[in-house]
Design a protein around this ligand. Sequence first.
Ligand SMILES: CC(C)(COP(=O)(O)OP(=O)(O)OC[C@H]1O[C@@H](n2cnc3c(N)ncnc32)[C@H](O)[C@@H]1OP(=O)(O)O)[C@@H](O)C(=O)NCCC(=O)NCCS
Length: 165
Amino acid sequence: MSGEVILPVHVRDLTYADLPHCGWSGSSLHLLVVENELDRAAAGVAEYLAVCAAKTDLPLAIGGIDYELAPAAGSIHQLATMPALQSCGLGTTLMAAAEDRIRGRGLVRAELGVEQENPRARALYERLGYVVFDTRPDSWDEEAPDGTLRRYETVCAIMAKDLRA
Ligand SMILES: CC(C)(COP(=O)(O)OP(=O)(O)OC[C@H]1O[C@@H](n2cnc3c(N)ncnc32)[C@H](O)[C@@H]1OP(=O)(O)O)[C@@H](O)C(=O)NCCC(=O)NCCS
């Protein structure tokens, strides 16, 4: 048997109360990083969005915008869709909402970094009009399966989109 479900969604700001419902997006360390971004959002230098199921108001996809990373641009980061609901359009919806927020601040440039080993995400961004203009090393702490911290090092393609287009 197969079936089809239409899932109405809305986009809103992520809140501290949502964090216990975002365990699918990463480790407990990742959730601390997201919590820190909510602090920065409260200070006005970032935003964090959630695509939520209309009926439950629970987050299905989340992602942040940093307004301090690049001059005169909003930097979209930490995009994640609940694994079971990937490839259904939620990431595209979140990106459109993030671009609206950036325009709402009077900016016309969106940037993002995508790991070279993540061709699927990069293909999504290219489909949305993002173009690679730089390549940079990046690193962050991550939680190993045994709970210890380790430094993860990678290389990211840096992409940008002119939001006037
Ligand atoms: C990258 C990521 C955020 C994209 O989110 P998503 O919700 O899967 O994105 P979308 O569904 O909008 O688009 C992705 C794909 O679905 C397809 N798609 C979009 N809407 C669709 C629909 N209504 N029906 C079927 N497919 C659809 C797109 O064409 C795209 O094709 P692909 O599967 O070949 O890539 C998600 O895959 C993810 O969380 N990945 C793990 C974390 C990660 O890599 N984050 C990015 C860091 S830069």
